[in-house]
Design a protein. Sequence first.
Length: 408
Amino acid sequence: MNKLDVLRVRDFRLFFLGSLASVLGDFMAPVALAFAVLDIGDAGDLGLVLAARVLPLMAFMLLGGVVADRLPRRLVMVSSDLVRGAGQGLLAVLLLTGSAGIWHLVVLQVVHGTASALFMPAISGLVQQTAPADRLQEANSLCSLARAGGNVAGPVLAGVLVATAGSGWAIAVDAATFLVSAYFLRLLPKGVVPPKLTVHSMLADLREGWREFTGRRWIWVVVVAASLANGLQAAYSVLGPVVAEERLGGATAWGVVVSCYGAGACVGGLATLWLKARFPLRSALYADCLCSLPLLALALQLATPSLAVATFLGGCGLMVFNTLWETTLQSNVPGDRLSRVSAYEWLGSMACQPLGMVLVPVIALRTGPEPVLYACGLIMLAMSLAQLLLPDVRRLPVATSAPAESKA
């Protein structure tokens, strides 16, 4: 059976084409936005603008999950794309005409983050609705490949545009990607809607999603571990450039190492097209063990080639984990609650990351980077293995049909 046959399913193909454009814009934006801010402000202003983008995303994520389970996900995602495209388009006009101030960027990034909070919880649910139940893994593999490719191509394209045409044009292209995404999603049939539209209070919907999230031990255990791991992973992001500057030769060597992470993610996405696991969550956690390798390689003071290999394997492992995890969620959580569960999952997974970003450099100033990297890498590895001790994590089988939906 051809692993790309899922693209012959019209609804999923439209969703996937929209995703290609959307993820390209997602990974262009940080580079384009950074230089747009630095053209008119300083590093402090950049922190303010980035916070304005991220904080609404986290604040409204749960609301986005409720909305995506209540309304047609196609409508939610198209509306979000149009709002983000309009916001980035207005920002591009302001930059190109020399009228942009920092407050413009802050306000427009608040709008962007809020719209993204509505968009993101709908993604998992729409994959479940547009792909056949027996092809969910292939569908998620292709979506993972799209993100990995966007992670490589987006920053490069943004950098070239900023260097040759200016940050305003880079933001304009970013805006266009949202409109392309909206175009393809708009072509999905109106019948692609959540299974039910029952009127409850927002709080009641949130409680129902929370019961679904906490009622399946394998979900909340993995999410808690992922949250801690993302906090520990901050050691790689924060201390990696420091180690590279001191021992590896600076930015060029670090750029090679980071690019290997993206290459590994692409290979991991390809691998999951062919991987057939009887117990997908077990396989996902074995792959997750590879994510500790980049931190341990930095701690061991390995040379750049060895560090690049470790980082490649880490990217591969993370992509295999993410793909199998998304497939497991979509195969086991009823569609009418999936967006709310995804919102809790995303918010929970990222909860410890800001704390890690703050604590890691503080501790490293006292101990040096190597002890922190050792500790973080070993704890990550131990958590991946510890989750396998739970039977409902280790023995969760492949779901052979779509999960039953609520009739209430």
